[in-house]
Write a protein that binds this ligand. Structure first.
Ligand code: SF4
Length: 508
């Protein structure tokens, strides 16, 4: 259906389209050009004392006229930019209410688009707002459901429990290392992941570059005394390279990263079970890697085949058992809700299988149709469950986690995620991934090394965030890693310039 929006300037239409997009699972809605109207939403906006009041009327041929209004607090002396922001929030609020009524659905995250719900929760908590008031505020102003505000509170408090210095980590850094290779490419994947035996650059040359990059960043860390909190190997699949290559890489890490024995957590994703071998597990143990990920995604062989995982359920279980036997004490498993052809029955099967293994943490993703993935390009080929069923699967999973003593500890949302829901990391007490919390809450800078690694700079004082991306493909990386490393060091110098009170080896 084409919707004509009245009373809103052209430049303010985008956030409204984002809201309308959230309902696309329920109705094909688009803001229309002037002539193609099938429904009209007419907005009016007025300032009343210390409030901005937005009213809107929805009318179409096949529905009764609907009306909504909302007053957003906006004191008169507020800066213009902030006033515009609040007017935008008020328009979003009114639009969500109208569309909820019209489509007879509820958006669980209300008006929240393009913002991390947990970050918003933390900003309110850090400002000293009472827990109950945070919940009320998020429900009233942002129309987040009580179920989701309770989830946010549970996650926010757990993060504080796990990282009591969560708000004081900005003087340190974490390191992300991207290994861009996988045995094959999965259909839903948009990560920098190239078939390891393909033509996208030589693995040896990439690793040579990575060693040098690590060395130079290590030198910078030594020179400045900026401490490292966590290290995370992702990709791709970091266990796609050989055991010897892994051994050399971790040896280099221990050699060049100062204070490595004080680093609180080192994770290596071993996502694809087909990359795990006894030799590689030996290397992981040898270098005291704290945490690995073995990702089933689903425990249904047909689904795995359909999404191009190229490993079987049996192999996942076998490699999990092997990892346990070889001393891995903190294993994460990823599951995906809403994979093609899967509904509640298949989800229950995956949960039953997970029960046999009981990994220390389970990250539950909801399938999202990312623009560049094969799945999105061939959407017709992949039949996925309806939003109602996705929501039931999400609840089924959350209930299962609760009864098995897993606690939610981080959460994020993505664009085009099925049912407009979320991804949630669950873990047993004390087995949370610190890196995942740090990156989601953006509480300290992350230095990205290797392919596709995005560095995130969090200014230690202002907390202003900027980003810097390494090249995604190995060929460009191999040709330019020196230039990129140099740029990163310059950025880090600026970021940490004139910092006081940071001493080498300080545990941050
Ligand atoms: S294993 Fe992970 S990184 Fe590799 S192709 Fe599949 S989803 Fe992408």
């Amino acid at each position: 259906m084409m919707i004509k929006i009245q009373g809103v300037e052209e430049k303010d239409l985008r956030p409204l389209q984002h809201i309308i997009d959230m309902y696309n699972m329920h109705a094909q809605l688009k803001i229309s050009p002037e002539t193609a109207e099938e429904a009209v939403i007419a907005f009016t906006e007025t300032e009343i004392r210390d409030y901005i009041e937005v009213k809107a009327v929805f009318s179409s041929n096949d529905a009764e006229v609907l009306k909504e209004s909302f007053q957003k607090h906006a004191p008169r002396d507020l800066a213009d930019k902030e006033k515009r922001k609040r007017a935008k929030q008020a328009r979003s609020h009114v639009l969500v209410k109208l569309l909820n009524t019209w489509t007879k659905t509820v958006q669980p995250w209300g008006t929240l688009t393009g913002i991390r719900p947990t970050k918003l929760w933390h900003s309110l908590y850090r400002d000293g707002m009472e827990l109950e008031s945070i919940q009320t505020y998020l429900q009233n102003d942002y129309l987040v459901t009580p179920e989701k505000t309770a989830l946010l509170e549970e996650i926010g408090l757990r993060q504080h429990h796990v990282l009591p210095d969560l708000y004081d980590l900005a003087n340190g850094v974490s390191i992300y290392i991207g290994i861009p290779f996988c045995p094959t490419k999965c259909a839903y994947c948009t990560f920098p992941a190239y078939a390891i035996n393909g033509k996208n650059g030589s693995v040896e040359t990439f690793l040579e570059g990575l060693h040098i990059e690590m060395e130079q960043i290590g030198n910078w860390l030594r020179k400045t005394g900026v401490p490292v909190t966590t290290i995370y190997f992702g990709g791709g699949t970091p266990t796609s390279i050989t055991a010897d290559e892994m051994d050399a890489l971790y040896a280099k890490m221990y050699e060049v990263i100062p204070g490595i024995h004080h680093v609180r957590e080192i994770t290596v994703e071993a996502g694809r079970p087909d990359t795990i071998t006894p030799e590689k597990l030996e290397v992981l143990s040898k270098w005291s890697i704290d945490r690995i990920s073995i990702n089933p995604q689903s425990f249904d062989n047909q689904t795995l085949k359909a999404i191009g995982r190229h490993h079987s359920v049996e192999e996942t279980k076998e490699k999990y058992d092997l990892s346990r036997k070889m001393g891995m004490k903190n294993i994460n498993m990823d599951l995906i809700i809403g994979l093609p052809g899967e509904g509640e029955k298949e989800m229950q099967h995956s949960l039953n299988e997970t029960e046999q293994l009981l990994p220390e943490s389970v990250t539950v993703h909801t399938l999202s149709f990312k623009r560049a993935s094969t799945m999105t390009k061939q959407k017709d080929k992949y039949k996925v469950a309806e939003p109602d069923e996705i929501e039931k699967m999400m609840k089924q999973t959350a209930d299962w986690m609760k009864t098995h003593d897993y606690h939610p500890y981080y959460l994020y949302r993505q664009k085009n995620i099925l049912g407009n829901l979320e991804n949630v990391g669950y873990s047993f007490e004390g087995k949370e991934s610190l890196y995942n919390i740090i990156i989601m809450e953006e509480v300290q800078s992350i230095i990205g090394l290797g392919c596709g690694a995005a560095s995130k700079w969090v200014h230690p004082q202002t907390k202003k965030i900027s980003r810097f991306a390494n090249p995604k493909d190995p060929v460009t990386y191999n040709n330019h890693y020196e230039e990129y490393t140099h740029k990163k060091i310059t950025a880090l110098d600026e970021l940490f310039n004139n910092q006081s009170g940071i001493k080498a080896g300080t545990k941050v």
